[in-house]
Ligand binder design. Structure first.
Ligand code: EPZ
Length: 427
C-alpha cells in the first residue's frame, strides 16, 4: 500500500486549483439513471470514489465516456447514458467499498420502479444507518423490503405518488435520495428539515437543468413537482469546499499563504469564520479565496453542525491546525459518533488532545514532531498530513487509499505550494 512521506517545517506559499466536489459528484452521477439521454458532468475530480461509482453505473448497463483530459489536467469530463438499464441491483462487493452507492436506490427506483442495493454497513466514523433513506422513500410511496443484507424498494403499479416527509435528523444522503426520487413521482412532494448543504443545491440545480421542478432550493423546506420524464444536460460540478478548507489549514499551520483558485466563500462561511477566529487572514479575491497565517494562532471553540454550521468534514483538519494555537480549543462533534480517530495519531506527533465523549480539548503546543502514523478515514488522514507539514522531522502516513478517496493529486498540490512530500509505493 502506498504511503506519503513529508519532511515538515517548510512554509507553504502559492496558488492551487480547487477540484470538483467529491460529495457533489457522488450525488450528480446517479442522476444519469433518471433519463435515457446523455448526462455530461464537467470538473469531475479524479478520485477513487468517482472511479468506483463509474464502475457501479457500468454495472447497470450505463455507458460512461471520459473526454478530453490530459494526464496533467485536474478534473475530467464524463458523459453517462442510461439508454437501457440491464440490472437494478447494486451488489455487495461494490457497495461495501463505497457506501455512497446507496445514492442509486432512489433514482433507480424512480426510473425502473424497483431497486435493490446491498446494505452499505458502517465505517470508521460511525455505523452510518440508512433508516431515514428508507423512511422518506416509503413516504413517497415505495414499498421497502429487507432480505439477506440487501434492501429492495418497489414502486406501486402506476408509479410513485410522491408525498410529504419531515426529517427528524438532517441527513445529506437521505435528502439526496428523496430529491432524485421525487422529481419523477406522479404528484408533488414536500420535504421538511431537509439538508441545505451546497452539494444539495448543486443536485437541485442539476435536476432543474434536466427538467425537474423544485421550489425552496437552498432552504430546508423543499417542494418537488413530479414530471413524467427528465432530459439530458451538461453540468459543471461545484468546487470542493472541504478540500479548499483543508488546504487553508495546511497553509496556515506552516505560517504560509495560499490562493485557492475556484473556492466559493458562500459555500464555506463557517470554515472561514473559524479560520478568522483562529487568527488566520481569509480574503475573497477575484477567482477564489486568499488565506494567510498572520502571527500566532488563537484557540477556537465550536461544534460541528449541518450547513450552514461548521462542517463535520472539516473537524479533523481544523483540529490539526489548532494543535499549534496559543491556548486550549474545545471542539464538539455532533454529527458522527466516532470521528476522533485522528486524535491518538496527532498525540503521537506531540499534540496534547483530550477527548471526553463528543468533545475534544486541544491544548496548543509549541512544536510537534514527525512520526509514522496510520490513516483511518478520509478526513482523519488529511489532518495527519496537515500536522506533518508543520512537525519537525519526517512523517510517514500509511494506508493512503483513504486519502485517495477524497483528495485529487494531493501530493502534487502540496508540492506546488513548496511542501517536501513524496508518495512511495509498497509497505
Ligand atoms: C454525507 O454523508 C457526506 N458524504 C459525508 O462526508 C458528510 O460527513 C455527511 O454527509 C454530513 O455532512 C457524502 O456526501 C458522500 P448524513 P451522509 O446522512 O449522507 C445520521 C466525507 O468525509 N443518519 O448527513 O452519510 C448519521 O448517522 C464524508 O466526505 C441516520 O441516523 O451523512 C449521522 O449521524 C464523511 N439515518 C447524521 O445522520 C440515516 O438514514 C448525518 O448523516 C442517515 C443518516
Amino acid at each position: 500500500m502506498d504511503k506519503i512521506v513529508i519532511e515538515g517545517g517548510k512554509r507553504l506559499s502559492g496558488t492551487i486549483p480547487v477540484s470538483g466536489a467529491k460529495n457533489a459528484a457522488l450525488t450528480l452521477l446517479p442522476c444519469a439513471l433518471l433519463t435515457e439521454e446523455p448526462l455530461t458532468l464537467r470538473n469531475l475530480p479524479r478520485l477513487a470514489d468517482i472511479d468506483g461509482f463509474q464502475h457501479l453505473m457500468n454495472q447497470f448497463g450505463i455507458s460512461t465516456a471520459i473526454a478530453g483530459s490530459r494526464p496533467e489536467d485536474f478534473g475530467r469530463v464524463m458523459t453517462l447514458q442510461a439508454t437501457r438499464i440491464t440490472s437494478t441491483v447494486a451488489p455487495y462487493d461494490l457497495v461495501r467499498k463505497m457506501r455512497a452507492s446507496i445514492l442509486v436506490l432512489g433514482p433507480m427506483l424512480a426510473r425502473m420502479g424497483e431497486a435493490t442495493v446491498s446494505l452499505p454497513g458502517g465505517c470508521a466514523i460511525g455505523n452510518r444507518p440508512i433508516d431515514l433513506h428508507l423512511k422518506v422513500l416509503e413516504a413517497l410511496g415505495a414499498q421497502i423490503e429487507m432480505a439477506a443484507g440487501y434492501v429492495k424498494a418497489v414502486a406501486p403499479d402506476g408509479g410513485l405518488p410522491g408525498g410529504r416527509f419531515s426529517f427528524p435528523v438532517v441527513s445529506v444522503g437521505a435528502t439526496e435520495n428523496a430529491l432524485m426520487t421525487a422529481v419523477l413521482c406522479n404528484g408533488t412532494s414536500h420535504l421538511h428539515n431537509a439538508a441545505r448543504e451546497p452539494e444539495i443545491v448543486d443536485l437541485c440545480n442539476l435536476l432543474v437543468a434536466m427538467g425537474g421542478q423544485i421550489e425552496g432550493i437552498g432552504t430546508s423546506d423543499l417542494t418537488i413537482h413530479g414530471v413524467p420524464r427528465l432530459h439530458g444536460a451538461t453540468y459543471m460540478v461545484m468546487p470542493d469546499r472541504i478540500e479548499a478548507g483543508s488546504y487553508a489549514c495546511a497553509a496556515a499551520i506552516t505560517g504560509g499563504d495560499v490562493m485557492l483558485k475556484g473556492a466559493r466563500i458562500e459555500d464555506m462561511e463557517a470554515t472561514v469564520q473559524a479560520l478568522r477566529d483562529a487568527g488566520v487572514l481569509v480574503e475573497e479575491r477575484p477567482g477564489g479565496l486568499y488565506v494567510a497565517a498572520e502571527g500566532k494562532l488563537r484557540p477556537v471553540t465550536l461544534s460541528t453542525a449541518p450547513f450552514p454550521g461548521f462542517a463535520t468534514d472539516m473537524q479533523a483538519q481544523l483540529m490539526a491546525l489548532l494543535c499549534k494555537a496559543e491556548g486550549s480549543s474545545v471542539l464538539t462533534e455532533t454529527i458522527f459518533e466516532n470521528r476522533y480517530m485522528h486524535v491518538p495519531e496527532l498525540n503521537r506527533m506531540g499534540a496534547r488532545i483530550e477527548t471526553k465523549g463528543r468533545t475534544a480539548i486541544v491544548h496548543g503546543v509549541d512544536k510537534m514532531h514527525g512520526a509514522e502514523v496510520m490513516a483511518t478515514d478520509l478526513r482523519a488522514s488529511m489532518s495527519l498530513v496537515i500536522a506533518g507539514l508543520a512537525a519537525e522531522g519526517e512523517t510517514r502516513v500509511h494506508r493512503l487509499y483513504h486519502l485517495d478517496r477524497g483528495y485529487e493529486r494531493l501530493e502534487e498540490k502540496l508540492a506546488l505550494l513548496g511542501a517536501q512530500i513524496e508518495r512511495i509505493g509498497g509497505d
